[in-house]
Design a protein. Structure first.
Length: 422
């Protein structure tokens, strides 16, 4: 891996942070994520200190200078090369994508213009049998991602042969998301088919992104890291690109922005393909040490199909979110009790809504209050799945979990989408 380039990236980020600062409020669906108090956003980052001077030609696409900034690290190319070689040989393979609303394709004019679909289309030109798996779900971070990965990415229990991971905008908690992102990446790399993994970094208009934290994970495992942020943010800062030309809001790329991401990725893949004759090493089983404690190595979700509530007072089994069906819902004053729930780490996924009928509920583990969930989202853009991390670093054991109204919220409802356990 090019450690010198990563060092230049970090130094340049520090320089820009000192000059411009970063952060800002989240005001669109992709940004509202799970968990506790969020950490301050990562500093705007570019890999080269030179300031762009020429207006961006949107029709020309990604320039050489943009691409140079975009490639944070080429990483170990062994697994990518193996995938491309097998693809050219006509093997039936799959390419997968996991992330938030950007990966899902929000703001692209059509599903086919989403960056994920465009990458698949580009690769499918080499092999028409290539399967496409898009596991993007809006307003979800890597904490939700690591719990849903087997359901959404590992179709029929098999991981795609090439996986792109995109959570740098929706991940906002530098502590929790560092652990969840690390475990998510490790779970992909550990699959028996030795899949290749490429990390994609996106950004808000103001540069907010957890890219610096995600780079730590990518560096730990010597992964390819490609940054859409580094393509567009320096241009926006320099005044050579109007953000509105690539996004209808403060986050989601439009079809032009999605095209930039796809072009960046396909250019990297084509570069590796040109080196196939010199990359002769075969992929090995993943055995790298984790960067974190890897507490979400076996994380999964439990809904009403997986566990039965011992007490279900005023709650009913109901689907209120199509992405996370078969949860529990009450209109007012409900109580849920689950017994013999086995976990070392625990969280609750619930629905937030601007409707005004949802309120605060408290979560107890073995009789001890561990957190409060709040389904109220006054003035919000819509309903979405939120999470609350209630317990971490425990030894696996069976517990009793109780969810009941907070004082003063007995007349409010609650939608529980899933229990998050590992």
């Amino acid at each position: 891996m090019n450690n010198k380039k990563i060092l230049a990236f970090v130094l340049s980020a520090a320089m820009l942070a000192a000059m411009t600062g970063c952060g800002g409020e989240k005001d669109t669906p992709a940004e509202t994520t799970a968990e506790e108090t969020t950490a301050s956003a990562a500093a705007p980052a570019v890999t080269e200190p030179e300031v762009p001077t020429e207006p961006v030609d949107l029709e020309a696409g990604v320039t050489d200078a943009m691409y140079e900034r975009a490639v944070i690290s080429e990483g170990d190319k062994t697994r990518v090369a193996s995938f491309l070689r097998r693809l050219k040989n006509g093997e039936k393979l799959s390419v997968g994508f996991i992330g938030g609303s950007i990966t899902q394709g929000t703001a692209a004019s059509t599903p086919d213009e989403c960056y994920a679909s465009r990458i698949w289309q580009g690769l499918a030109e080499k092999n028409g049998e290539l399967e496409y798996v898009n596991a993007g779900i809006g307003a979800t971070d890597s904490y939700i991602g690591v719990h849903r990965i087997e359901r959404d990415l590992f179709k029929d229990g098999v991981c795609p042969d090439l996986v792109f991971v995109e959570f740098s905008v929706n991940d906002t908690n530098a502590l929790v998301n560092k652990e969840s992102y690390d475990s998510l990446v490790r779970r992909i790399l550990s699959q028996p088919n030795n899949p290749a993994v490429i990390l994609i970094f996106t950004t808000q208009e103001n540069g907010t992104s957890l890219v610096d934290t995600h780079i730590e994970i990518g560096k730990q495992y010597d992964l390819p890291m490609l940054s859409y942020k580094n393509i567009v943010f320096p241009e926006v800062q320099a005044g050579t690109l109007d953000w509105k030309a690539i996004s209808p809001d403060n986050i989601h790329p439009n079809s032009i922005g999605h095209g930039f991401i796809a072009e960046m990725a396909l250019r990297y893949l084509n570069g590796v393909e040109s080196e196939l004759d010199s990359i002769t090493e075969e992929p090995k089983a993943f055995d790298a040490e984790p960067l974190t404690k890897d507490i979400y190595a076996n994380a999964h979700m439990l809904n009403s199909k997986d566990i039965t509530a011992e007490t279900c007072e005023n709650f009913e089994v109901k689907t209120v979110d199509g992405n996370f069906p078969d949860g529990w819902s009450c209109e007012a004053g409900g109580t849920l009790v689950f017994k013999d729930v086995e976990f070392g780490n625990f969280g609750v996924m619930f629905r937030r809504s601007p409707s005004g009928n949802l309120g605060k509920y408290e979560v107890y583990i073995d009789g001890e209050k561990k957190g409060t969930i709040d389904g109220s989202f006054p003035g919000g853009w819509g309903s979405y799945a939120e999470t609350k991390v209630c317990s971490r670093y425990g030894e696996p054991a069976k517990h009793t979990v109780e969810i009941k109204p907070a004082p003063g919220c007995e007349d409010k409802g609650c939608d529980i989408l899933a229990l998050m356990v590992s």
